[in-house]
Structure formats: structure tokens, C-alpha cells
Design a protein around this ligand. Sequence first.
Ligand SMILES: Cc1ncc(COP(=O)(O)O)c(C=O)c1O
Length: 353
Amino acid sequence: MGLTELLKKRNRKLLFTTPSHGQKFFIFSKFRQFYKYDISETDAYNPQEALKKAQKYAAKIYGTNYTYFLTNGSTSGVIAAVLACTVPDDKVLIWDNAHICHSNAVKLAGCEPVFYSVDEDKNWGIPFAVTADVIEERLKKDKIKAVVITSPTYEGNIADVGKIKSVCETYGAYLIADEAHGAIYPFSEKLPESAVKIADFTVQSLHKTAGGLNPTALLHSCCKIDPENALKMINTTSPSYPLLASVEKNIRYLNSSKCRKKIDELVENINLLKKECGLSNFGGSDPLKILVKVPDLKGHELSQILYEKYNIEDEKTNEVSTMLLCGIGTDLKKTERLKRALKKILSKHKCEV
Ligand SMILES: Cc1ncc(COP(=O)(O)O)c(C=O)c1O
């Protein structure tokens, strides 16, 4: 029985267990259904067994050795991956501008951080993706146990993960890919290649682009190491089964032909938007991140116009450009509205050739 089916079938025994809201007593009525499905891991229907099965099935879909459902974001996945493949005092190579969970992971593992830097793409005010050469240069100098890369970057630059993996192999280092922003990649040929089957560990936030609830995420392992024990060190012993069941459903949906078609259409809509608004106004290599630049406007000015005049909120802005994030929920209506706004803004401002 899958997790979702199990939650629907709930134990009808008289429960003197946690959670003691009794699946009926809800404090916030909007969450009524959520309470109904909120059960304990010791529930007689054995949700732990159902979870194991759901994760095994997910590993099959992704083609990994192990896939774990996370209910504390990619943050917990990165920490668990570092804990899983290092021992205290090992050196771990991380980006000096990475998400805070990378340095926290190294700290929690009792390891020593070694940093690499990545140049900034001044044209767009965003970091480039890390290259295999940058990684190799550091690996030559130090005995490094694990390398953590971010691909895609927040703004959508993609690293050559295959090349970086070969370099890591040459120097005997594990590769951990933070693919928090690329959870949707494995489900469309029109998107960049996912790191899932390349890196030793890959971490993905389902909640960022793949339709998941905050803070659902995945930790995959393609190497011999099973990160289960590492996860046990940082996870609660009372996981949220409604969230875990949502992950199970989420993955099945992502893998469906309906969803794959929807993602392909989304990419086409975005490509069309870019073409109609002038391709030179757009940067980055992840189609789901619309990185836009209007030549005589600063990024913050563009962001403000979008917000105040067109009721459109972006994800991130810098001096030069503004980034709008798309995902499964970005339908044609949304991209059309953004296109109309951008066309109007661009027609009033000088276009870069
Ligand atoms: C590149 C990157 N890695 C990791 C994380 C952490 O992800 P989560 O919020 O799922 O814990 C983020 C969050 O913004 C991120 O941008």
C-alpha cells in the first residue's frame, strides 16, 4: 500500500497515542484535512513500511541507489550528504558564496572547509557556474574528501556535472550536487541534464520548482553509501506523514506523461516569451529562470516597475538584472501576463542589440 492510500485508510481504533488531536480536533479549520491525515509513525498501519516502499519506488523512477523524502528542505539533504561521506577532520571543498547550509554541514560534520570561488558574470550581475578546472585546481592542492557544488545556481547557471564528477573520481573525492533549484530537470528533455544519476549525492527541493509543499525535498545517492543513518541524526522521530505522502504523490505526478507534457509546454511558452521580447534581454541557461535585463534600467528599477505597475513580483534582483522563477504552477496565463508587461516596459526603454 502506498503512503497516500494508507493515510486514507487510517486506523479506526480508539487512539491513546500521539498526535493526540485525534485527527478531528483542529485548531485552524482551514487545515481540517491535514489534521485528519496527521498520524504517528507508530500507527498500527505501519506508515514506516509504506514510506520505505514509497522511497524504493522513487529510487526506481530516478534510477538511483537510494532516494529519501525530506521534510526539512534541501538544507537537511546537504547536511546529511556531508555527514554520510565524511569523518571528523576531513576536508570538504565548498563554494565561498554557497547557500548557508553548505558551511553549516561542514561544521556539523566536524570537518574542515576549503573554499573555491567562482567569477561573476558582470553582464547579468550573477555568479557563473563552477567549472571542472576550478575544482581540479583545489583538489590538486589538498586531500579533499567531498566536494559540494551548486548546479543550477540560484539564477540558473548550470555546471558540467559530468566533467566535475570525473575530476572528483580522479582525486578520490565524493561529489555532492546541490540541485535545489533543479528538481524538475529529470522530467523533461527540454531542461538541463539533472545531476541525479551523475553525482554521488544529489539534493533537490521539490518545493522550489517541482510543485512540492514547503519544505519538501529529496536526497538521492548514486554511490554505495546509504545516507539513512546520517538522516537519522538530523531528522525528527515524528515526521509529518501528510508531507511525506505529498512527496510520494508529487514524484508520481512528475513522472506522469501529463506532467512531462506540461513541463515541455511551459518551456516552450517561456522560449516564446523570450523570442517575442528580444532574446538579448534574457540570460542564464535554465529556461525556468527568466533572467531579464532592460538596458537603461537597473535590476531594482525593473523589479519596482513590475511590482508597482504590473502587480508582478520577481524572485531575486541585482544591480543589473531581475530574475523571475517559473515552475509547474506557471501556466500560460501567467507567462502571457508577464510577456505583455515586459513588452510594454521594453518598448519604452532602449533595446540592447
Ligand atoms: C542553492 C540552494 N541550496 C539549498 C537551499 C536550501 O533549500 P531548502 O529551502 O529546501 O532547505 C536553497 C534555498 O534557497 C538554495 O537556493
